[in-house]
Design a protein around this ligand. Structure first.
Ligand code: C5P
Length: 223
């Protein structure tokens, strides 16, 4: 049996893509299966944590015993997270692929092709950075983010860790076709301000257990 060392802790985890409406039938989104976030939710729950999973649209079933809150847009995701952490959580993990931009104004009717132009322009505005905002608000004692990069993985992850005010960042090389995105396998490097760890490559479910263990170890060095 898994040891129940997270009893009494509340973990909030985001997962999946966000979906930003263009008009009633179209949207802007990201590639994300949600598998990594769901696996983390299951792993934290298995060790006794109360887990709230704030999830964009995915094909996945909510893990046993995890409270899933289904959202679509980044704005909804931020609101749901704030709601879940009105009392600060122990750990927040941002595993969602949040859309960076949304429509400045969502069209209320289906946008029509016009005969006179082969081009079409959409005006987008920046979405809030969910994890950076929550980090500033001290929504959780330990803030963990992801950094999916295609080059200079460690350097970019390090700068994100600092810019977003995170405790830990989990860096993922998404240029490799054998890991990440829709894959069941993943390999990551975890960075804190002054340390770095590379758990073995493996199934997202096994990796999630390693990552939960690492977060627990990190928590114990902070208190
Ligand atoms: O988009 P970026 O690579 O900066 O994402 C890194 C981390 O920030 C991820 O943990 C992601 O879930 C989070 N993020 C967020 N809100 C955004 C963009 C990214 O929470 N608008």
């Amino acid at each position: 049996p898994t040891k129940q060392d997270l009893l009494g802790q509340h973990w909030v985890i985001t997962a999946g893509p966000t979906m930003e409406a263009i008009d009633p039938v179209r949207f802007i989104s990201n590639h994300s299966s949600g598998k990594m976030g769901y696996a983390l939710a299951a792993a934290a729950q298995a060790r006794g944590a109360k887990v709230t999973l704030v999830s964009g649209p995915t094909q996945l079933d909510a893990p046993q015993g995890v409270q899933r809150i289904a959202i679509k847009s980044a704005g909804d995701m931020l609101a749901a997270c704030r709601d879940a952490m009105s009392k600060p959580a122990d750990v927040f993990i941002g595993a969602a692929a949040v859309a960076d931009f949304r429509m400045k104004e969502v069209a209320s009717q289906k946008m029509k092709k016009t005969g006179d132009s082969d081009e079409m322009q959409l005006t987008l505005v920046k979405n809030p950075d969910v994890i950076a905002t929550l980090s500033q608000e001290k929504a959780a004692k330990c803030m963990v983010g992801f950094a999916a990069e295609t080059q200079d993985v460690i350097a970019y992850a390090k700068s994100k860790l600092e810019r977003k005010g995170l405790d830990l960042i989990i860096a993922n090389d998404v240029s490799r076709s054998d890991i990440g995105f829709n894959n069941d396998d993943n390999q990551v490097t975890v960075l804190s301000k002054d340390q770095q760890w590379t758990p073995p490559k493996g199934a997202k479910s096994a990796l999630a257990k390693e990552l939960v263990e690492l977060i627990i170890q990190y928590q114990s060095t902070q208190s």
